[in-house]
Write a protein that binds this ligand. Structure first.
Ligand code: S3P
Length: 169
């Protein structure tokens, strides 16, 4: 494939897991945008938020998304807030297609409830807050997505198969 597949969706939706499985199945290399940020900055995401604030993190995220588009044919799993900026969506669309993974707030909560690595959810680790933030972000997620895959109650193999079928269309 001469494009990148940009995996997007809410925190805890399973982007990393799907990225790994899709990479194994297709042979396309995978990159985790958040891990790229951590390595480039030499700091954990929570520390970047704590020390410099969200706006600074978002600036770094934009720079990293740009750098990651320099190579093609990869699966790039993006942080849950990456598509909130128009500029980031433009960068993503230039180099690839955007694949949205979705899940219910309850499913997300089960996956992230013990996580300390998500500053956006720190102090708000409950289904209500997740649902509220998801409702705010959903119109954005769905409007920028080229492909949407629901993940609730599905095995990873099924998700990967659905993605492969959608990519063929
Ligand atoms: C964020 C999601 C995180 C990370 C940062 C902000 C968000 O990535 O980029 O904590 O605003 O949704 P994951 O979606 O991989 O958890």
């Amino acid at each position: 494939m001469d494009k990148n597949i940009m995996l997007i969706g809410f925190m805890g939706v399973g982007k990393s897991t799907v990225s790994r499985a899709l990479s194994t199945k297709t042979g396309m290399p995978e990159v985790d945008a958040d891990a790229y940020i951590v390595e480039r900055e030499g700091m954990a995401i929570t520390d970047i938020f704590e020390k410099y604030g969200e706006d600074y993190f978002r600036d770094i995220e934009t720079e990293c998304l740009r750098e990651l588009q320099e190579q093609k044919g990869r699966i790039i799993s993006c942080g849950g807030g990456a598509v909130l900026r128009d500029e980031n969506v433009e960068i993503m669309k230039e180099g690839g297609m955007i694949l949205l993974l979705t899940a219910k707030p309850e499913t997300i909560f089960q996956r992230v409830r013990y996580s300390k690595d998500r500053p956006i959810l720190n102090g708000h680790m409950n289904v209500e807050y997740i649902a509220e933030l998801m409702n705010k972000r959903n119109p954005r997620y769905t409007s920028v997505a080229d492909i949407i895959i629901e993940t609730d109650d599905k095995e990873i193999d099924q998700i990967v198969t659905e993605i492969e079928q959608a990519l063929k269309k």
